[in-house]
Design a protein around this ligand. Structure first.
Ligand code: ADP
Ligand code: MG
Length: 591
């Protein structure tokens, strides 16, 4: 055993850095918070290689006076509090004076800073905690700090960093949240020299939401300004027409600080009771303000988790206010004639009736819109150009030598084969044929695409961009042609022909949501499930009379399948009555 001694300050800093700096996003958080504390109105974050190679934050804040620049990098050096008593009245984001000291302990840092009153600024370079360069330099007012080669001197920590894309996404998510928390600040995020986010910083939260999430979401917002028993709730919630397949669209701030709170998350869901489909989540950007003494922010070192003193009260106030707002809101405006929005059509004053996108066990009236669509698809198409399409052959041959007897109730077909009567559900049969055809063509890598004359424009958030990029190849194999179109914007130019008009922006976003839930990679099963639902919609319905020739073709196709007996949702397609059963009923034979 060595004798006890006090550790060298560099070793202490390196160890302590671990508490503040977990990954590139933690550095971005600390630096941007410093810029906010410095009253900046414009903040630019530039990252290279997911922030591992470089994170540069530039602000137009107050800057650091020349004689204090070196001090800023010393542990527990801060300009934000003076005495113990100040701790109880903190209004700044930082106050511990640890961030810069921690950052320079594990990276190479260059900083340039100038206060408004001075002609020139200071440039300082620090590597491994040692000052390498310190000189006067020309600079604009504010501070620019570049953190290079993170963990270059702590290989064990470096190993734990995720791939660049994941680190970059984490940073982008964070900058989005900060931008939403500070609509008065203009944020820019540049990732590998590409502008990924720009917010105008014009004080309007609605505009920040538009900058981040795009028009489709900004159009469907309901403003919230409530104040009940000392709990104020401000911001925006999405109309019930704006449901998402994952929780990444919910953002909460408590007293202006971004938090992850399962309590608020559940209160939101509770508030949407009656307006939500299973597996769907609302959109929100809400700032909850309570007395600072009624909330404990020290539950988590990064302060993203919080605890309310009066949990039940906050839960009830938030959920009740949201429910009241939804009830009071005139939702007529959100009724859409677009077929894609059927799931969420809500009439004013009525409880919403939610039509789930599943294959219903009971037949419903044929959907007029879809019938029209079926027809237009068979005619030379005005809005689509079809590429050469060859229908792939289906395999297997379980029922042979059958004879089609006819259709009953405009819904079932009756077939005779040897000693059997088969009754076929026409909707399930058609759905199955469409589905198997798609799967077969996917396997042969020959899914036919159709060119959209009006491409579908997508404004995405970083996580969606990541999922889309990761699955671009899979989408391509399924017949989608998707191209980048600008900052977080993509266009879908081609879609699988089979989908016709059933593929639209909403549907596609649904697929992305599912992929996010599937932990970012499309496995074949996810796609198959999604496509099974689409095939269900494309298929002819019960009570839908078709020509004998059409029916014959579908039955022929069905009979070539390995499993013609169950639809993709597992319901039976064919039921069977044997000749013996029939003869028993007629008492021709007695057993
Ligand atoms: P803390 O934010 O807890 O005070 P930091 O280590 O993050 O500690 O920063 C130390 C000090 O450096 C701050 O108190 C502030 O005075 C100064 N500082 C850091 N970044 C900036 C900036 N972007 N603009 C102006 N001053 C800054
Ligand atoms: Mg700080």
């Amino acid at each position: 055993m060595h004798s006890i001694h006090v550790l060298d300050h560099k070793v202490i800093d390196k160890i302590a850095a671990g508490e503040v700096i977990e990954r590139p996003a933690s550095i971005v958080k600390e630096l941007v918070e410093n810029s906010i504390d410095a009253n900046a109105s414009a903040i630019t974050v530039e990252i290279k290689e997911g922030g591992k190679k470089q994170i540069k934050v530039t602000d137009n804040g107050v800057g650091i006076p020349k004689d204090q620049v070196k001090k800023a990098f010393i542990r527990h050096a801060t300009s934000k509090i003076n005495t113990e008593a100040d701790i109880d009245h903190i209004i700044s984001l930082g106050f511990r004076g640890e961030a810069l000291a921690s950052i320079v302990a594990v990276s190479e840092v260059e900083m340039c800073t100038k206060v408004f009153e001075d002609e020139t600024g200071i440039g300082i370079t620090i590597s491994g905690g040692d000052i390498r360069d310190f000189k006067e330099t020309a600079a604009s007012s504010g501070t620019s700090i570049s953190v290079n080669h993170l963990f270059y001197n702590v290989p064990a920590r470096k190993k734990f960093l995720k791939i660049d894309q994941t680190e970059a996404r984490e940073i982008a998510d964070l900058v989005n949240k900060l931008a939403l928390a500070y609509p008065e600040i203009s944020f820019k995020l540049i990732n590998n020299d590409k502008l990924e986010l720009y917010t105008a910083g014009n004080h309007e939260l609605r505009h920040t939401i538009l900058d981040i999430y795009g028009k489709e979401i900004a159009r469907e917002l309901i403003q919230v300004t409530e104040n009940v028993e000392g709990v104020s709730i401000e911001g925006y919630i999405g109309s019930p027409g704006l449901l998402r397949g994952s929780k990444i669209y919910e953002t909460f701030f408590v007293n202006g600080r971004y938090v992850k709170s399962s309590l608020l998350s559940e209160a939101l869901i509770e508030g949407y009771y009656g307006y939500l489909m299973k597996g769907k989540f609302p959109f929100c950007v809400l700032n909850i303000r309570v007395n600072p003494e009624d909330v404990d922010v020290n539950v988590h070192p990064a302060k993203t988790e919080i605890r309310f003193k009066h949990e039940q009260m906050v839960f009830e106030i938030v959920s009740k206010q949201i429910q009241q707002i939804l009830r009071g809101e005139d939702l007529t405006a959100h009724v859409s004639l677009d077929a894609s929005k059927k799931e969420s059509v809500v009439l004013s004053g009525e409880k919403p009736e939610i039509v789930e996108e599943i294959c219903l066990p009971h037949f419903k009236e044929p959907d007029r819109e879809e019938m029209v669509e079926e027809r237009t698809l068979r005619e030379p198409e005005r809005s689509y150009q079809r590429k050469a399409e060859e229908e792939p052959k289906l395999s297997g041959m379980p029922i042979r030598n059958y004879k089609i007897v006819g259709q009953v109730f405009d819904t079932y077909w009756v077939m005779e084969q040897e000693e059997n009567i088969y009754i076929i559900d026409q909707h399930a049969a058609h759905e199955k044929v469409l589905f198997e055809r798609l799967i077969a063509s996917r396997k042969n890598q020959s899914v036919a695409s159709q060119l959209l004359l009006e491409p579908i424009l997508l404004n995405l958030v970083p996580r969606e961009v990541e999922v889309l990029e990761k699955n671009k190849e899979a989408f391509r194999k399924f017949g989608f042609l998707i191209e980048e179109f600008g900052i977080n914007t993509y266009v879908i130019k081609e879609i699988p022909s089979l989908f016709g008009r059933l593929m639209n922006r909403e549907k596609f976003m649904g697929i992305l949501d599912e992929l996010i839930e599937e932990k970012y990679t499309a496995n074949i099963k996810t796609f198959d499930d999604l496509f099974a639902n689409i095939c269900c919609k494309r298929a002819i319905k019960a009570n839908d009379r078709r020509t004998d020739l059409e029916l014959k073709r579908i039955i022929e196709d069905l009979m070539t399948l390995e499993n013609p007996f169950n639809c993709p949702h597992g319901r039976p397609i064919i039921i069977n009555i044997t000749k013996t059963e029939l003869e028993k009923k007629f008492k021709r034979i007695v057993s």
